[in-house]
Design a protein around this ligand. Structure first.
Ligand SMILES: C[S@@+](CC[C@H](N)C(=O)[O-])C[C@H]1O[C@@H](n2cnc3c(N)ncnc32)[C@H](O)[C@@H]1O
Length: 239
């Protein structure tokens, strides 16, 4: 049996096809993200979706949990610039040079610990501590994701939106362009934490839209999974 890495390479050589890039729009932020999305990465097939989901919020305050190489930051800084929003990014590692957007602030911290300080941190900077757009992409471990959801979802504005990456992480995982990529087996960590939060079972390898406990969920299974959470209007505070 060939090693998995070789099988992934062979699979990609035989079955993957390059997705046709969208025609240039003439709108620089979109075209820059589209160019980035044309290069395979662990998140490339979600970059335009992330931009669309963020801009649709007309955000004033955006928070990104997990920066690393800055793929999501590249998208979120463009959405923030378009909306003249503040973007706060958090990571355990020093990622302070990832963005040059003037409305960007990097906080080097454990994200759950920072959530406890967030309201005071915002007030000290004359910011309303109500998050319009929250992106979670950190450890991918169940217990940590459970604590992230508990700590950060209550900080969303009433019409705020949260987006989680790696809700269908596998080894390997699949992209819509037919390619595979080597992820790691996180024992369904992120989606299992969502199942616990919503008291439901989800089939993360299929696309779905669901309503649970006053939230609208939209799940895209490809490229390790991307799941959007938005509280339905008139359903009160987050749980
Ligand atoms: C998958 S990478 C983020 C990828 C990034 N969003 C992108 O699109 O390029 C995960 C990041 O989460 C960070 N991280 C892991 N656990 C964390 C925690 N408890 N608090 C803050 N950041 C954490 C890691 O340092 C790492 O940089």
């Amino acid at each position: 049996m060939l090693p998995l890495k070789w099988r992934v390479g062979l699979h990609n050589a035989l079955f993957a096809r390059a997705a046709p890039p969208p025609a240039p729009s003439g709108f620089a932020p979109f075209d820059e993200i589209a160019a980035r999305a044309a290069r395979r990465s662990d998140i490339n097939e979600h970059l335009l979706t992330l931009f669309a989901e963020a801009v649709a919020q007309r955000p004033r305050l955006m928070v990104e949990l997990g920066v690393r190489g800055g793929e999501s930051t590249f998208v979120l800084e463009r959405a923030a610039a378009l909306c003249d929003a503040r973007l706060v990014s958090v990571d355990l590692a020093d990622c302070a040079r990832t963005s040059s957007y003037r409305g960007w602030t990097f906080v080097q911290s454990d994200d759950v610990a920072f959530a406890r300080e967030f309201a005071g941190w915002c007030r000290a900077r004359a910011l309303e501590p109500a998050i319009d757009f929250l992106f979670l992409d950190t450890s991918h471990e169940r217990e940590h994701t459970r604590r992230e959801l508990a700590a950060w979802l209550p900080l969303l504005a009433p019409a705020g939106k949260a987006v989680l990456h790696d809700t269908n992480l596998r080894r390997p995982y699949w992209r819509r362009d037919g390619s595979w990529n080597l992820g790691w087996d996180n024992a369904r960590g992120v989606i299992a934490a969502l199942e616990e939060f919503f008291g439901a079972r989800f089939d993360e390898n299929r696309e779905f839209i669901a309503v649970r406990r006053g939230w609208l969920l939209q799940h895209r299974p490809w490229c390790a999974g991307l799941t959007t959470l938005q509280r339905l209007p008139g359903t009160g505070a987050p749980r």
